[in-house]
Write a protein that binds this ligand. Sequence first.
Ligand SMILES: [Zn+2]
Ligand SMILES: [Zn+2]
Length: 143
Amino acid sequence: MQATDLPTQLRAASLRVTQPRLAVLSAVSGHPHADTDTVIGLVREHLPAVSHQAVYDVLRALTDAGLLRRIQPAGSIARYETRIGDNHHHVVCRSCGAIADVDCAVGHAPCLTASHDHGFVVEEAEVVYWGTCPACTAVSTSH
Ligand SMILES: [Zn+2]
Ligand SMILES: [Zn+2]
């Protein structure tokens, strides 16, 4: 996936290759877990005229097409990443909101097999580990 260039990724998803789409994909791939405002800022470094709405639309189109994964931990704003398809998990700092990737503990997606699925067909398990990041831990222990 990483070896595929961005225009090829767009075409493979049946999306027209446009400058805003390329800029958004490239911004998110360079800044995993970027929120919408961060993506807008990065895109405007290359395309100063692009509107907020255009970036929102591109984020939605790329997420719908499966090129971006949207994550939204409880109480957090939506964030985007290009690491898709592996159902990896996230660790989130309760204090500053920092997010890092955590690989599946067991097997492949869905990595968690429900102990009782209640007859549901389970497609995905979402795991968020909540805690305090090293930077925030250092601050709180130095006071
Ligand atoms: Zn933190
Ligand atoms: Zn991630």
